[in-house]
Every structure is written in structure tokens, then in C-alpha cells.
Ligand binder design. Structure first.
Ligand SMILES: [Zn+2]
Length: 415
């Protein structure tokens, strides 16, 4: 099975961060990574591969070789979706619908009239214990749009009201609640149930939900699985990027810092010295030039689908890239045979942010922001060039093999 085929299967079942981490965790276990618990003491051995999960929605995998610093790739496991509130059922016009709130900055008009599923996790009582379990509904649901005859402005000035317009319909007449009686509590989401598919004359495009940022997350996981065990490669997949990252399982939390500290301590390394020799690749998708709206892109830095991994720049540091980190990653890409291109936001448009800058407040290391070029960011289905997925894997593999030294005398040594 090709990487693309595997990714399509993985992204389809990774409907929430919990499901994504479960999928990735199983990959690590099949690749002989040892699972660590944060609540236990770690006695790490050199030249091995380990991983730890936090909250079921964030994961860090790493190798314990003998480099001076950590080579870290970070990406995020969450995507915009809808979250089901408590007491969600409302019946109107004989139809049962669910009261929801929005999670992240979705392109909400794309969520109408397409297959959606309920998925997430719930807590159940089992004797004296509470058990956390994953959930995904068998059936699909839909958020019906309002007919053009009831809304003549729908094609010119329709604004989505997040309280009124986005409630999915779940049944006709009275019926069982979607919240099961045995659940003590739940994190239940409405997610896109569209199957990933290849589009274009030659299948050049991959169209799928959650490409932002599972395309980077799975590429990072694949690369750390293939990483040599004699380096210090770290794959950090954080949750909650779409809502600011300031959670225990987000890039603004302590998960990465605490894990790196424990690795350093267990391997007899000085943590701060190791950080000074470390480098982070913050990987999150980037905007390609939209074929119908080229005017939205920067006049001299157009990002083209299929033309390689994007290095993202921003003067106000929404991205962590600077001249040094950009030059380093481009050298690594060249060595790996991967093309790169630069992204700048138009100066008169507000730039999005990502997890690199937020992670830097906890773990301040040299860092670059990169991404796979895509269209329709935050739509219920997004579009990338299929070839860019493998390019990202190769770049991260090249990065994990690289030995980067910063002697602090104006030189950067790349081996
Ligand atoms: Zn993202």
C-alpha cells in the first residue's frame, strides 16, 4: 500500500483528535515503540524508540540516540468542527436536531448538506472505576441548508448564525437521545464524514476532511517511525491548535517541555544545553494560490500546489521562521531532494497563527514554520496536491537524519 493510500485510510478514521492519536499510537506500537506513562518514572535506554500520550489527544514519540540536541517536528491533531452541548435535543417541525457550538474557525457554510458523524469520547462507570472510551456513530447526519426560495440572498450575502443554522438533524419524531444513559459525561463532536478522494485528470488532488493538520501529523509520525534510533528525533502532535493551544494537551501546555526534560534527565544530558542545540519544525498547512482568487496571495511569493513544502514567514512572528531557520530547513530539503517555496500573507490581510510560536513560550528553541500547500483551509473538505504529502514525509525524514550544530560563532554546521 502506498503512503497516500495509507494516509487516506488513516485520515478517514481519525475523525477526532482522540481517534487520530489512537490510530497513530497503534502505528507506534506496531513499529516497536515502547509506551511510557507520564505518571510513572522513566528509565530510558539509549538507541530505543518511545512514546507517551496525554489526554488521549496529544502524543509525543521520540528516539534516544546520542545527538547534542533534539530535532523536533510539531503538528496538531485537531480540526474545526461542531461540539454537542448538554441536553442537546430540540424537536422542531417533527424533526429532532442537536444544539451545538462551534470548535475553531471553521468555514461553516461548507458544513451544510454533507455527511456528518457524531464522534468523540465518553466516560462510563465500571464498578468503582470510571472508564474513558472512544465513540463514533454508525449513522451519518446532516445540517440542512435553507432553500433558496426562503433565502433569496443566500448566494450574495448569507451569514451563518452559529446558534441557529448549524444544528444537525438526527431523527424524525420522538427517539432515543444521542447521549447514552450510561455515559457519565462526554466530549462529543459533529465531524465531517466525507470519504477522502482523489480528484483531477490524473488524480493529482487529494480532497479530504482534516488535511489541516492531519497531513502534517501523519507525515511526522511516519518520519519518526523511519528515523534512525541513534538520533534524538521528537514527533510532537498537540491538540487544541484551532482554539489557541493553551491547554494541558496543547502546544502552550507543558507536555513537550516536560517530556524533553525527562528524556534529558534519563539520558544524563543537561536540559538547557540540549535545548540550545535543538531545532523545531512547526508543521501546519499553508495557503496555496487559489485559482479563482489569485489576488488573495502575496504578489511576489505565490505558493503553488505540488511545488514542494512551504516555508512560512511573518514579520510579526505569527510564524517562528527567521533567516537562520529558513536557511537550515531549505538545506535539509535540498539534500532530501525536496523543493521548497516561501509563503508570506498579503500585507493587508490578517495572518493566521500556528503552534510553533506558542510552543516557543514553553520550549524556546530555534524554529521554522513549514506546511503542505492547500486550498479551502477549514472547509469540511480541503484540497492538497497528493504529491506534497510524500514530500513532507521525506523532508521530515531528512530533518530527523540531520545533525545540526550551532557553535555560536556565526557558523551553523549541517551533517
Ligand atoms: Zn492547522
Amino acid at each position: 500500500m502506498s503512503y497516500l493510500e495509507r494516509f487516506m485510510a488513516d485520515v478517514e478514521c481519525s475523525v477526532t483528535p482522540y481517534h487520530a492519536v489512537e490510530t497513530i499510537k497503534n502505528k507506534f506500537l506496531s513499529a516497536d515503540f515502547v509506551e511510557l506513562k507520564e505518571s510513572e518514572t522513566w528509565n530510558l535506554e539509549r538507541n530505543k524508540k518511545y512514546f507517551a500520550v496525554r489526554n488521549g489527544s496529544a502524543v509525543i514519540a521520540f528516539t534516544t540516540g546520542s545527538a547534542c540536541g533534539f530535532n523536533i517536528v510539531a503538528a496538531h491533531t485537531d480540526s474545526p468542527c461542531l461540539k454537542v452541548k448538554k441536553n442537546p435535543e430540540i424537536t422542531t417541525g417533527g424533526v429532532r436536531k442537536l444544539n451545538v457550538e462551534t470548535y475553531g474557525g471553521g468555514l461553516w457554510y461548507t458544513w451544510f448538506d454533507r455527511p456528518l458523524k457524531l464522534a468523540g469520547r465518553y466516560v462510563e462507570k465500571n464498578g468503582d472505576e470510571l472508564r474513558v472510551k472512544l465513540f463514533k456513530s454508525e449513522r451519518s447526519f446532516v445540517v440542512p441548508s435553507v432553500a433558496i426560495h426562503f433565502n433569496r440572498e443566500a448566494n450574495t450575502s448569507f451569514a451563518v448564525n452559529s446558534q441557529i443554522d448549524l444544528m444537525p438533524v438526527v431523527g424524525l419524531g420522538a427517539g432515543e437521545s444521542v447521549i447514552k444513559e450510561s455515559w457519565l459525561d462526554e466530549d462529543l463532536f459533529v465531524v465531517s464524514d466525507e470519504k477522502p478522494f482523489l480528484a483531477g485528470e490524473k488524480g493529482e488532488f487529494l480532497v479530504s476532511p482534516r488535511l489541516d493538520d492531519l497531513a502534517s501529523a501523519f507525515a511526522a509520525a511516519e518520519a519518526v517511525i523511519n528515523a534512525p534510533a541513534d538520533g534524538l528525533s521528537v514527533c510532537f502532535l498537540a491538540d487544541n491548535e484551532e482554539v489557541g493551544s493553551s491547554t494541558k494537551q496543547g502546544a502552550g501546555g507543558t507536555f513537550l517541555k516536560s517530556t524533553l526534560k525527562r528524556i534529558a534527565c534519563s539520558l544524563g544530558m543537561d536540559f538547557d544545553t540540549a535545548l540550545a542545540s535543538s531545532f523545531m519544525v512547526s508543521a501546519d498547512n499553508a495557503h496555496a494560490v487559489h485559482p479563482n482568487h489569485p489576488e488573495k496571495s502575496d504578489p511576489t511569493n505565490s505558493v503553488i500546489l505540488g511545488e514542494g513544502v512551504v516555508v512560512k514567514h511573518h514579520a510579526n512572528q505569527n510564524y517562528t521562521t527567521d533567516a537562520v531557520s529558513s536557511a537550515v530547513i531549505k538545506q535539509i530539503a535540498e539534500k532530501a531532494g525536496i523543493k521548497t517555496q516561501d509563503f508570506f500573507m498579503r500585507s493587508d490581510l490578517r495572518c493566521g497563527s500556528t503552534l510553533g510560536a506558542i510552543s516557543s513560550t514553553q520550549v524556546s528553541v530555534k524554529s521554522v514554520d513549514v506546511g503542505i500547500a492547500q486550498l479551502a483551509m477549514h472547509s469540511a473538505v480541503e484540497t492538497v496536491a497528493a504529491s506534497d504529502l510524500e514530500a513532507a514525509v521525506k523532508l521530515f525524514e531528512g530533518f530527523f537524519k540531520a545533525k545540526i550544530q550551532f557553535p555560536e560563532d556565526g557558523r551553523i554546521i549541517l551533517k
